[in-house]
Design a protein around this ligand. Sequence first.
Ligand SMILES: N[C@@H](CCC(=O)N[C@@H](CS)C(=O)NCC(=O)O)C(=O)O
Length: 122
Amino acid sequence: MRTFLKLLREGSGRLIILIDWIFRPSIIKRSDEDQSKVNQQTKVLKLYQFYACPFCVKARRTIKRLNLQIETRNAQEGEYRKELEINGGKILVPCLKVEYAGEVSWIYESNDIIKYLEERFL
Ligand SMILES: N[C@@H](CCC(=O)N[C@@H](CS)C(=O)NCC(=O)O)C(=O)O
């Protein structure tokens, strides 16, 4: 039963990725100068995520649409999963790690991540 549910979740995740690819968002354009400023600002942002998670697809669509260079980190296993659990507080993706003025904050919830990115970069 657990395997069946996992397959179902993986399958629907991949279907969402296909739909996401078919309906790719249009990407905002900036001047070279503005884009390079934004690229500097996004260096301190990291998205902890799973490839086939629909909430992560939603967050990645916003990153793509806003033309942001944000490193994505696979939290399905390994060191990034541990880091998310220990420092973020729980395993729930997507989660955006923000480093600012020596402080680190972890934004959970896809809608909150999208709101944060739109407020800063739209
Ligand atoms: N309300 C959350 C839902 C996120 C969520 O359910 N993420 C799942 C993956 S799709 C998760 O992290 N599950 C924890 C796990 O599988 O260990 C959001 O919008 O970000």
